[in-house]
Design a protein around this ligand. Structure first.
Ligand code: NAI
Ligand code: ISE
Length: 336
């Protein structure tokens, strides 16, 4: 059986996922597309899925008889309405991060899925599928003793004008919020945000760089540098300090060159390339589970916990230096 997928949001990652579904992965094809930008949806369809139907709204797409499962790749603030529409139709839905830009929105998704009684939602936290992070997790769990501290960095070469300060949390840090929680098998209890000297390369509406300090239930202290105008490349770093040793996320494989009296190797510049294998694996996993009418991988609960933690970090941004507590309700049995 070929799973018929409807894609809502045909921008950068929507197109990338359409390409991988139709050209790289197996078991699915894109049969419907929707976007508020009609130019964008027409071009994406023509380039990547000429047989797909262009549907007027995300809700109509979720309800379409020609769609078995939904992929939501529109702007973060619109995810909730489309995920809820898919759940209302009883259809599996892959939602790009963030599941919702607020904890309240993610909470409504958890409630709807719990009421439905079966997992339908997978959140696009693709780093959990990355070979480097998986190797790091095995070392953290088996080799370096109890983790005590984590030093991480999320650096982008530049960001567009519409990228504003809270997006450093909701759009960017959200990856670390999820992957570090998964890596350490721990939840957060507090957040603090501090701002070093500003880079002159940042536009006026984004504070850059920023340092986020998180504390976990077991007392692990985490610092994450978010630097989205670092110029030199797209660079993700993560180092875990344990009682018996230290473990670092491997850099992506790159040829080492000796030339012009320099030892050099390239650093990637585009997020699409840095985690390309993980995007393939997460969506293949989604297709496999959706064909059985369910979902696997990162859950709506993971999306909710990330949103609660993200809300606390955004609040901490607005009160520089203050420590904002993070607390979670009990996890519903569906996610045990
Ligand atoms: P984008 O701006 O390139 O594309 C978003 C598309 O959604 C646009 O075509 C826009 O017209 C459309 N859209 C906006 N509101 C809509 C609505 N109400 N209904 C239907 N379509 C709507 O943005 P990009 O970079 O593709 O990001 C989309 C989402 O994917 C974001 O939530 C972002 O955080 C996430 N993302 C995840 C990545 C990852 O590494 N997992 C990487 C890049 C983006
Ligand atoms: C983008 O939306 C992503 O999700 C990328 O993975 C991330 O690294 C980048 O900072 C975000 O803007």
């Amino acid at each position: 059986m070929t799973l018929r997928i409807g894609v809502i949001g045909t921008g950068a990652i929507g197109r990338d996922h359409m390409r991988r579904i139709n050209q790289t992965l197996s078991g699915a094809k894109v049969t419907a597309v929707s976007d508020v930008n009609i130019e964008s949806v027409r071009t994406a369809r023509a380039d990547l899925a000429p047989e797909a139907e262009v549907v007027g709204s995300g809700e109509e797409l979720a309800a379409s008889a020609g769609v078995d499962a939904v992929v939501v790749t529109s702007w973060g603030a619109t995810h909730e309405q489309y995920v809820l529409a898919a759940i209302a139709e009883g259809k599996p839905v892959f939602c790009e991060k963030p599941l919702s830009t607020t904890a309240a929105g993610a909470g409504r998704i958890v409630e709807a899925e719990t009421a439905f009684g079966r997992r339908l939602v997978q959140v696009g936290f693709m780093r959990r599928y990355d070979a480097g992070y998986r190797m790091l997790k095995a070392v953290v769990e088996n080799e370096i003793g109890r983790p005590l501290m984590v030093h991480a960095a999320h650096r982008n070469p530049s960001v567009p004008e519409q990228y504003i300060t809270p997006m450093a949390i909701q759009d960017t840090l959200i990856h670390e919020i999820d992957v570090l929680r998964w890596l350490l098998d721990d939840d957060y209890v507090s957040a603090q945000v501090i701002s070093p000297r500003r880079t002159r390369h940042a536009h006026a509406r984004v504070e850059d760089p920023q340092i986020v300090l998180l504390e976990t239930k077991s007392g692990i202290r985490i610092d994450v540098e978010i630097f989205v105008n670092c110029r030199y490349g797209y660079d993700i770093q993560c180092q875990v300090v344990g009682e018996e040793g230290l473990a670092s996320l491997p850099d992506p494989m790159a040829v080492v060159m000796r030339k012009d009296a320099k030892l050099q190797s390239a650093i990637m510049t585009d997020w699409k390339d840095r985690f390309i294998d993980s995007y393939d694996l997460e969506l293949q996993d989604f297709i496999k589970a959706a064909a059985r009418g369910t979902a696997s991988g990162p859950t709506a609960w993971d999306g909710y916990v990330a949103a609660v933690s993200s809300d606390a970090c955004v609040e901490a941004q607005s009160r520089p230096g203050s420590i904002v507590p993070i607390s979670l309700p009990a996890r519903p049995a569906l996610y045990n």
